[in-house]
Design a protein around this ligand. Structure first.
Ligand code: FES
Ligand code: FES
Length: 171
């Protein structure tokens, strides 16, 4: 995570990229990334669940690492590269995790889904063929209040098949 630093930094604004777009976040440097995303930047795909780092609903990628946005003060994000659920698709083309969640109906209310998809995307980036145990371990920080966990695990398995197929077909 780039540039831990001075508390006064946010007076000038913290500059970072969100889904590849340069943004500046102003206000108290102690505010968390989740608030900046949802309130300042209107990226409401990232959900507020517990606010305590316990449910995974707010998971985004910070410099490629799945991170609970409710736990990260914006002062730590100078120069960071943040990717949210809104940045997972390429144009109209869903990424493999998104596509698999839709295909398998791996949600009920959908509140946990953005965080799950972000986590699954990061998992497949580092492990293209995860076992069921790998998937369950990766999803450990995430809660699904609707009890859709079995379908979610199946969706991530399906996402790995889609991603492998995409790689064989090429860009
Ligand atoms: S809202 Fe961040 S982990 Fe629950
Ligand atoms: S689908 Fe409702 S919380 Fe997971």
């Amino acid at each position: 995570m780039a540039g831990k630093g001075a508390g006064g930094r946010a007076a000038r604004g913290v500059r970072l990229t969100v889904n590849g777009e340069p943004v500046t976040v102003s206000g108290s440097p102690e505010r968390h990334l989740l608030e900046a995303l949802r309130v300042d930047l209107g990226r409401t795909g990232t959900k507020y669940g517990c606010g305590e780092g316990e449910c995974g609903a707010c998971t985004v990628l910070v410099d490629g690492t799945p991170t609970p946005a409710c736990q990260v003060p914006i002062r730590e994000l100078q120069g960071a590269d943040v990717r949210t659920i809104e940045g997972m698709a390429t144009g109209d083309r869903l990424n493999p995790a998104q596509q698999a969640f839709v295909e398998t109906g791996a949600f009920q209310c959908g509140f946990c889904t953005p965080g799950m998809v972000v986590r699954a995307t990061a998992l497949l980036d580092r492990n293209p063929d995860p076992s069921e145990a790998d998937i369950r371990e990766a999803l450990e920080p995430h809660l699904c209040r609707c009890g859709a966990n079995a379908r979610i695990v199946r969706a991530v398995r399906r996402a790995s098949e889609i991603a492998r197929g995409d790689r064989m077909r090429g860009p």
